[in-house]
Design a protein around this ligand. Structure first.
Ligand code: RP5
Length: 161
């Protein structure tokens, strides 16, 4: 099966967050590859990744970074493939720095920006699956089941511990 989702992150230290996206894709049986691609530390790797993404068959890129989080935006400048940005939570500024760095793209080069941290990464996995599900009925059915399972797990009333 062709790998249609690429998960990239600026550092090894982003993986505990970005693994949340990977785990969702595992649950939905969506193949992905994961790579460290830093806008600042490995700019040539970023360029090569973006330049070859379409020919490698990628359909969605999930990009997570923290602090001066330029990776998602730079990737969106290099490929037409939709980029979903995940602001990684930081110690200094709690991830607001990451969020602002990712979300405020100039007109013409969008990044679909998720919430800060683990929930944002998990939602990035779901968003990627939702995009692929538009042309994959079997995946659409798995996603529907996933959502129904989550709904069913929510109690109707709060309970004491
Ligand atoms: C960013 O700098 C990475 O995305 C990471 O969130 C942050 C810190 O990186 P490390 O110093 O932990 O490698 O480029």
């Amino acid at each position: 099966m062709t790998t249609e989702v690429g998960i990239i992150m600026g550092s090894q230290s982003d993986w505990p967050t970005m693994r949340e996206a990977a785990q969702i894709l595992d649950q939905l049986e969506v193949p992905y590859d994961a790579a460290i691609v830093s806008a600042h530390r490995t700019p040539d790797r970023l360029w090569d990744y973006g330049k070859t993404a379409a020919e490698r068959g990628l359909k969605v890129i999930i990009a997570g970074a923290g602090g001066a989080a330029h990776l998602p935006g730079m990737m969106a400048s290099k490929t037409q493939i939709p980029v979903i940005g995940v602001p990684v939570q930081t110690k200094a500024l709690s991830g607001v720095d990451s969020l602002y760095s990712i979300v405020q793209m100039p007109r013409g080069y969008p990044v679909a920006t998720m919430a800060i941290g683990a929930a944002g990464a998990a939602n990035a996995g779901l968003m990627a699956a939702g995009i692929l599900a538009l042309s994959d009925p079997a995946l659409a059915a798995r996603l529907e089941t996933w959502r129904a399972t989550l709904s069913a797990s929510i109690p109707e009333a709060p309970q004491d511990d």
